[in-house]
Write a protein that binds this ligand. Structure first.
Ligand SMILES: [Zn+2]
Ligand SMILES: [Zn+2]
Length: 682
């Protein structure tokens, strides 16, 4: 008997091997989906058997024998094979690249002699968690109705659970999961979250809610053994709940009954390298293949998601009230009753001193005097984004990237936030010797310094990637905020996610303008979503609270929509703009990128690719340098392709890439290129 096997290599078709005779014939019938080891050139690699066949496509005497079938891992289920194959086709990669890449790292290499013993040890290790059962949270009417709708769905359906931070989306997920698990003693649920640091809190809640059920977490920061153990528990049906980041969308779950994607709008669901899949989109596909419901939860759904919800393709479930709301009716705009008062401070009327303008400094002082907490959000770490010589015009740049190097004051360094390059601060201007170098602009460190100067008695804490580099420091910092040991918290995006700060009554937003005037058409969507999240930190304990935004564009409609928490109005306007400009979701896009030693060769490769024949429905634009044109010494260019529908895009790009691969193999030096379908940034 012959078998077709997929391996981790850019091959258009599975490879064919001879399955050595002598095995149990009943086993031969169940080899499809099994992991195996096969010879590939001079190497031995791991593959997955996807098909058996009586006669191979290539000459029988050229077919090599398969090394070994891995009988100690159950065959991967047909739906898993279908999902990985779909992802490969959709994102324009080889099936084997996606499938092998979706296995835990320990299963991606040929097994050594002690492999089976190691597997068995891992099976024992993943045992049932013994959490302390918590009292079930009482659901309000909206939450109960939402959970009921999800639990009652007998087939594939996509639900959008739309509700502001604190409206109790998690309770709805838990209730829906509980009902699905209770209805079928073998059922499994998959819960995806955007960030690793959100898993511990959720893990605790799940354990408390489902004592005695096995829960596993899957994310890239786990030790290899733990990840394999969790994966096996999911695959073997022992784990009832799988909680994970985007890679968990590929966990094999033979009895999948419900899929939940929390914060579905979050950009981290899109993989940034390798196969650039969207875990949110694949989660929907996965639910469709398994014919089970999927829930997409968000306070600011992705515009693509909202588009389908508005069109009725997805079922919209709203949570309008927060559990803490007084029983008065919520505002007509849809904002919860305790939504903070949002106002803009016009930077043209109130020129800032050291980065803060007077009304903001005043508000911070008043909040402090009331014994309440302030949260200052600025999405830029470091002290200043650039250092300048006012004598000759020198600016600190990264020697390896086409970008500035930021000034970090605590350790007196210049650092590139893109490639990681760093150097100690020059004593004088490298060009003219002037010793008076000036920090231009503001980052978290500088804002912290300003606040300390204005409010010397205040307890100020900064949370960004630099301050939380050591393991555990982030958790400690958040604990200090919860305990009330902090008066003013300064931080980046890190402070906007999933943390519940009880005594915050003032939120200050600095530097939102950078995103307001960005060239990326998704920038307003992201900014709105971030600001809703940041604003949602305020007023959760019933304190009258406010959000102050320092901006040059106080009349921008985005801020007015934020003030009313009018996501629907904002989304409707954005979608109208996208429709007029022919942007997603009204067209499908793919981005071909090239990296080379010079910009000329990157651009000329893309120009040659553009000249290749392609389907009529595929429009290809001129190649241009990427927004970050040089990264770590490599020049980068991009070419945008689009089509009116995703189907046309997929077919068109697939045929075109066939030609591009051929072109790349003929070009010297061999260019490096990638394709990204549904690119996150352009
Ligand atoms: Zn100079
Ligand atoms: Zn750099």
């Amino acid at each position: 008997m012959f078998v077709r096997v997929i391996v981790d290599a850019p091959l258009a078709q599975p490879l064919e091997y001879l399955l050595p005779a002598g095995g149990d014939p009943r086993e031969e019938a169940t080899v499809v989906g099994r992991c195996c080891t096969v010879p590939l050139g001079r190497r031995r690699v791991v593959g997955v058997i996807v098909e058996t066949c009586a006669t191979p496509n290539i000459a029988t005497d050229r077919v090599r024998a398969l090394d070994a079938v891995l009988h100690d891992v159950a065959p991967l289920p047909p739906l898993w094979l279908e999902l990985t194959r779909f992802a490969a086709d959709y994102y324009q990669h080889a099936w084997g690249e996606v499938a092998i890449g979706a296995l835990p790292p320990q299963l991606r290499v040929p097994p050594g002699p002690r492999f089976v013993a190691a597997l068995n040890k891992l099976r024992v290790r993943a045992t049932t968690a013994t959490g302390q059962a918590s009292a079930r949270c009482e659901l309000n009417a909206e939450q109960a109705a939402a959970a009921q709708a999800i639990a009652a769905a007998r087939h594939f359906a996509t639900f959008v659970l739309f509700g502001v931070t604190g409206s109790g989306k998690t309770e709805v997920y838990l209730e829906a999961i509980a009902r699905r698990l209770a209805a079928d003693p073998a059922a499994q649920a998959l819960l995806l979250v955007p960030e690793i640091n959100l898993t511990p809190q959720l893990e605790q809640r799940l354990q408390a809610r489902f004592p005695g059920e096995m829960l596993v977490s899957l994310h890239s920061a786990l030790p290899a053994g733990q990840r394999t153990a969790g994966w096996l528990a999911a695959h073997e049906g022992r784990a009832r709940i799988v909680l994970g980041t985007r890679l968990a969308v590929f966990a094999p779950l033979p009895r999948l009954a419900l899929v939940v994607v929390d914060e579905e709008h979050d950009p981290s669901f899109k993989a940034g390298d390798g196969v650039r899949y969207s875990a949110r989109d694949l989660a929907i596909k996965r639910a469709q293949l398994a014919d089970v419901p999927v829930v997409l939860g968000s306070a600011t759904p992705a515009l693509e998601t909202w588009f389908h919800a508005a069109a009725g393709k997805y079922a919209l479930l709203r949570l309008r009230t927060r559990p803490l709301d007084a029983p008065r009716p919520s505002a007509a705009s849809g904002a919860p009753a305790d939504w903070p008062q949002v106002s803009c401070v016009d930077l043209r009327q109130h020129p800032p001193a050291h980065g803060l303008c007077a009304p903001v400094a005043q508000a911070v002082r008043e909040t402090l005097a009331r014994g309440e907490q302030t949260l200052v959000f600025i999405n830029r770490r470091g002290y200043a984004p650039v250092l300048a010589c006012e004598a000759c015009g020198w600016l600190s740049t990264c020697p390896r990237c086409a970008t500035f190097a930021a000034f970090h004051k605590p350790d007196r360094t210049l650092r590139c936030h893109h490639c990681g390059w760093q150097a100690s601060l020059p004593r004088a201007c490298p060009t003219c010797g002037n010793q008076d170098l000036a920090a231009v602009g503001h980052g978290t460190q500088r804002v912290e310094e300003t606040l300390q100067m204005l409010e010397p008695a205040a307890r100020i804490l900064r949370i960004d990637r630099d301050s939380t580099r050591r393991k555990g420091t982030a958790a400690q910092a958040f604990e200090a905020v919860h305990a009330g040991d902090v008066d003013i918290l300064v931080g980046t995006q890190m402070i906007s996610k999933g943390h519940d700060f009880r005594r915050v009554s003032l939120v200050v937003v600095l530097n939102a303008d950078a995103q307001l005037v960005s060239h990326d058409f998704r920038a307003p969507e992201r900014l709105f979503s971030t600001l809703v999240q940041v604003a949602g930190r305020a007023g959760r304990s019933g304190l009258a609270s406010r959000v102050l935004v320092q901006t040059r564009y106080p009349r921008h409609p985005l801020f007015a929509a934020l003030a009313r928490y009018d996501f629907e109005g904002f989304a409707t306007d954005q979608l109208a703009e996208r429709r007029a400009a022919r942007l997603p979701p009204f067209v499908g896009q793919a981005l071909l990128t090239a990296q080379a030693r010079s910009m000329d060769s990157a651009l000329s490769f893309l120009a040659a690719a553009r000249a290749l024949p392609a389907a009529d429905g595929l429009r290809r634009f001129d190649p241009v340098p990427m927004p970050l044109a040089r990264l770590a010494g490599v020049h980068r260019a991009q070419l945008l392709a689009e089509a009116d529908t995703r189907a046309e895009l997929q077919a068109g790009v697939s045929r075109w890439l066939h030609e591009v691969r051929d072109l790349a193999s003929r070009t010297r030096p061999r260019p490096r290129w990638q394709i990204e379908v549904d690119p996150a940034e352009i």
